[in-house]
Ligand binder design. Sequence first.
Ligand SMILES: [Zn+2]
Length: 476
Amino acid sequence: MRAIAADPHLYAMAAAVTDANQRDHRVGGRPLTYPDWCLVLFGASVRVFGSASATARAFADPPVWHIVTDQAARTLGADAVSGLPPRGPNRDHWGYFVKHRLTPQLLHTLVGLQRDLAVARAQEVGLLNPDDAHSAGNYRREHVVGIDGKVFDSPLRTLDTHRVDHRTGEIRPVRQDPARQRYGEAGTDGLAWGTKYAIASVRSPLANHRVILGLAHFPTNAPGGEGRVFTDLATDLARRARGIHAFTADGAWRGTHLATIQTTTGCAVITPARRRAARRGGITIAAHSYAAQPLPWSSRRAQREAACGGHQLWAGAGTLFEQVILADGTSHFAELTRHQTKRDTTLRKDGTRRHQLYARYTLPCPGHQPHDWWEPLLPVHGDQQAGFNRSEYLRAVPITSDRHRRLYGMRQDTESLNAQLDRAFYGRRLPAWGVHNQTAVVLLATMAENAWARHVWNAAVTGQRGGHPPPQHHAA
Ligand SMILES: [Zn+2]
């Protein structure tokens, strides 16, 4: 709570709420008992206490409320807290704030403001530094953003619409959560009932230290599905933060998404490759078989392989393979040696940039000079005609490499974040009804997480543990 109340970003968000409501003030109306920042801190504290009612109980305790106002006075000045009641806001104040102060349009604006504040926070705590060199193919954790979908359980515990009172036999309707939908969970057989958000975060090398960079609610029927929601979030964040070098996500992204993100942002995407059984034409590498497509012929390639008669080259698992027919008639796929990766940027007439990634390959050629060339990793002219899904089969980091295992491992971090957010709320259920209220709670929970990131960083920088004063030595 001290971390939340000490974070200037919470007050910046509150100021945006106040600004957006200015007009109503001029028209008239009662002054608010609690200024907006009190309710922003209340909402962020739901992440701490688990529900609005638990937060209200804590804030009703004058010593607890004093912790909040004491921290607020340091940021806003003593005048800002001098006229406040001795106890904090209650659930009615919170309900009024979410319903009347946060219009749907303002909430949308705040979702964008959170992303800008989060990028600033990331940079403040040593992540996404825009001055760090961007080396294509060689990405570091501090510059890799994980995106994941998270279904928050609805506050509703039952799928029934009516409940029978066993004592009286009376049938009563059950309160319904209009936001609740049934989401098929990627990678699992199960289905989840609740409200789904795409959440982007960047993890630091410090233990349990991360910044949530953005969130986006999406319904089950979102156009383009999860893949497009993730893509929109990634491209929006790349516009806000130059320090993002790569994104990682699970299987939600396919060729078109990979092409869009990488060509428009220049950031790499680290995501698993499509699998296909060997008997169905997949290329087997170690324990897994991957889908592959023949590398199409281009005039350059034809020229390169003219003298030797050409090779059977396949793209799969993010890199290139040569198909070699063995003496017994069976075939074998040999992975080509891949060297460095580079990125080219072209400025288009409309002012936008288009990025291309290239990987340098060498291929030994018996009786000839080895072939040596830069293979484009993002779609080029002719791919469409050849039916070649280049960004699906060729990747900035090959799936076969240790580097991919290490970078994709960063996605695991998003799962620990998910678990942490689950445990944050009472009964592991979102303590709000409807998309609007739920988004307000989740948005302010991300602000609480990022306040904690600042607190942990400041404590680490000042050499203190967890922000507590240095341990005192007492006589036994
Ligand atoms: Zn050759």
